[in-house]
Ligand binder design. Structure first.
Ligand code: NAD
Ligand code: DAU
Length: 352
């Protein structure tokens, strides 16, 4: 389809900024509208390199504000929504669950409703693409993988609101016939990730020689994917995914937290020219996350077989690039860790 007008929600956040960058650069014939509330996690510096592009615009709005969203649909001829805006951090959802209910559930329903009203003449050429997480499937034991047929079993306030948002999207498809597609992805890492998440938090702490707070025994397992590969998968599913379908995205790249942390420590020692083993000395075991899911692992074979997607980067290369980016962008890190971040850090980690 030519000349699409795509509303990307959450485009000033971590993954959204990579999706916006890819679409703006790859499709000059599309108009990309980045809608973001600019919460603590939203940062226009994340998309500064595309801000002057002729096919890019930014709108500051809250996805829970129906009037504001209706106005945006009235002003722009939006035919596609890629919905990433969300409260995304599990630890914050444990401290303050209601904001997750509001943004992730009410916000998703608000967008669906505004899109349905705007598309009342018919759904031909329209698409609502919902970006979701593997956490909706719950927690795995030592073996097995999440497939698209795995039953939903979310266990944190964050994952249960994401599961609910997936159900809302499917409800608008089944009840109203809205063309939708959903993808559920594993843990992302890479440039522009807010340093509340494991990898940028630990890179930043190592740089400052601060303790590295490992939850529990460090034995939980996550399946890591370089964020640009997630954005590539979203691009592919946007153009070739079957409406009404769900696609799992993941890199078959499972790491026990403590093993991953040691890779980060070694990489940082090398890049900073510090004595080998010095970063590992910062490892500090702290009280576990409440309800901490043990293992996530994605079976992405549907996406690979049906649409031909494969991750482009090996993990060691991805980590090396990521560490380089954070070391070269100290100012970005300084800006996002000033002010409110300090309070967050103290509340979350002091006396843990
Ligand atoms: P993020 O926290 O970095 O960014 C979220 C963005 O949403 C921010 O720019 C924020 O300002 C915006 N936002 C929050 N509330 C809003 C509201 N009410 N109205 C408008 N904008 C609002 O998140 P992320 O890690 O980039 O995740 C993006 C999406 O991908 C989320 O839906 C998340 O559930 C999903 N996801 C994330 C991962 C991961 O590893 N980070 C993996 C799979 C899926
Ligand atoms: O699986 C996809 C999900 O991955 C996304 O949906 C979420 O938005 C995203 O935040 C991420 O969730 P996790 O909880 O897995 O990511 P986080 O980086 O917070 O933690 C990764 C692992 O590291 C997890 O087992 C908890 C642990 N951890 C995390 C932090 C922040 C620590 O041991 N210490 C820490 O300080």
């Amino acid at each position: 389809m030519k000349n699409r007008t795509i509303l990307v929600t959450g485009g000033a956040g971590f993954i959204g900024s990579h999706v916006v960058r890819l679409l703006v650069n790859k499709y000059p014939e599309y108009n990309i509208i980045n809608l973001d509330k600019l919460t603590y996690a939203g940062n226009l510096a994340n998309v500064a390199d595309v801000a002057e592009s002729g096919n890019y615009s930014f709108v500051k709005a809250d996805i829970t504000d129906l009037d504001a969203i209706r106005k945006i649909f009235a002003v722009y001829p939006i035919d596609t929504v890629i919905h990433l805006a969300a409260e995304s951090h599990v630890d914050r959802s444990i401290e303050d669950p209601l904001v997750f209910v509001r943004t992730n559930l009410v916000g998703t329903a608000t967008l669906l409703q505004a899109a349905r009203e705007a598309w009342k003449e018919g759904f031909s050429g329209k698409l609502f693409y919902h970006v979701s997480t593997d956490e909706v499937y719950g927690s795995l034991g030592e073996t097995g993988f999440f497939t698209e047929d795995t039953n939903y079993d979310p266990r944190s306030p964050y994952s249960s609101t994401k599961a609910g948002s997936d159900h809302l999207v499917r409800a608008w498809h089944h009840t109203y016939g809205m063309p939708v597609v959903i993808s559920n992805c594993s843990n992302n890492y890479g440039p522009y990730q807010f340093p509340e998440k494991l990898i940028p938090l630990f890179i930043n702490n190592i740089r400052q020689e601060k303790p590295l707070p490992v939850y529990g025994k460090g034995v939980n397992v996550r399946d890591w994917l370089y964020v640009v590969d997630h954005a590539r998968a979203i691009d592919l599913i946007l153009h070739e995914g079957k409406h009404g379908e769900t696609y799992n995205i993941g890199g078959h790249n499972e790491w026990k937290n403590i093993d991953l942390i040691k890779v980060i420590c070694r990489t940082m020692d090398e890049k900073l020219g510090r004595e080998r083993g010095s970063s590992e000395k910062l490892i500090t075991y702290v009280t576990d996350r409440a309800g901490h899911d043990m293992r996530y692992a994605i079976d992405a074979s549907k996406l690979q077989k049906e649409l031909g997607w494969t991750p482009s980067l090996q993990f060691e290369e991805g980590i090396s690039k990521t560490v380089d980016w954070y070391l070269e962008n100290e100012e970005w890190m300084r800006n996002v860790t000033s002010g409110a971040y300090q309070d967050y850090y103290e509340t979350m980690y002091q006396n843990r």
